[in-house]
Design a protein around this ligand. Structure first.
Ligand SMILES: C[S@@+](CC[C@H](N)C(=O)[O-])C[C@H]1O[C@@H](n2cnc3c(N)ncnc32)[C@H](O)[C@@H]1O
Length: 254
């Protein structure tokens, strides 16, 4: 299933879980490229990303909590989680493909080589209601394109402890992107970012196969709420590289 990357860089179009596993082993790629990002989308941004995560998920700053990072990839962000987990004596669990996990440190972390949720149903049963934090950052778009987001959400909800919180973060929303590109600011951004003189082509009322839109995100909010959780769509701070076209879904266990 095709995933279109947000704007100009087409190298990472159409990638999925198995492609990430192969990219993890490709020594010609930088750590950012192994997770599908051109370096300019991540270099220098991890402090701002992590700071935003700590605002949305305050338990990340607490000692002794249990955190699952689904789809950690192998760039600087999971290493930041790891540093903090060691410092704060947190239990950190990484769930991703074996080749991707092999790029990350082994000490002081649990690694589960599996595609979530279908590859780790037994682990999920054993950890039902046990997580203080579940994070899947820049992952849901791949699940949407090649998996089942409803199964992903339902299983993730089952893992949260009372008082726990989950962030399905950094989700490209094609509706948000269209709203932005339909403004003067969006046109200016497009011209500068793409290095072109033409305005962006924005098409409404067309099918968008493989892309998450408002309806999908609002559906996830409604489903989480119906399951007894609080759920909110949240903006990213403008200091993040794709804040004009991405957003975060925060779900808390009351
Ligand atoms: C774009 S990268 C994001 C990495 C990291 N969260 C970050 O933001 O730096 C997506 C990662 O999610 C992993 N992934 C995709 N679908 C997954 C699934 N269903 N279960 C576990 N990992 C998954 C991929 O292997 C890849 O490492």
């Amino acid at each position: 299933m095709l995933i279109k990357h947000d704007l100009s860089d087409r190298r990472f179009d159409g990638i999925g879980f198995e492609d990430f596993a192969h990219m993890a082993n490709d020594q010609s790629l930088s750590p950012n490229e192994k997770i599908g990002f051109p370096d300019r989308y991540r270099d220098g941004f991890v402090d701002a990303i992590y700071a935003d995560l700590c605002v949305k998920l305050p338990a990340l700053t607490r000692s002794g909590v249990t955190i699952a990072d689904v789809g950690p990839g192998c760039s600087e962000l999971p290493r930041r989680f790891h540093d903090r987990a060691l410092h704060l004596d947190q239990r950190l669990i990484w769930i991703d493909s074996a080749p991707m996990l092999a790029q990350l440190p082994d000490q002081g972390v649990e690694k589960l080589a599996a595609r979530f949720p279908e590859g780790c149903i037994d682990w999920c049963s054993r950890h039902a209601g046990m997580l203080d934090v579940l994070i899947a950052y820049s992952v849901l778009q791949y699940v949407f394109a090649e998996g089942n987001i409803w199964a992903f959400l339902d299983q993730a909800l089952s893992l949260l402890a009372p008082g726990g919180a989950m962030l399905l973060g950094d989700i490209p929303n094609v509706s948000k992107r269209k709203r932005f590109l339909s403004t003067v600011a969006g046109e200016t951004f497009h011209r500068a970012f793409m290095g072109v003189d033409e305005p962006p082509q924005v098409h409404y009322s067309v099918p968008e196969p493989g892309l998450i839109d408002d309806a999908v995100l609002l559906g996830l909010v409604a489903r989480a709420r119906a399951a007894g959780f609080d759920a909110y769509l949240m903006p990213q701070p403008p200091t993040l590289p794709m804040a004009n076209r991405r957003e975060d879904l925060l779900i808390t266990h009351p």
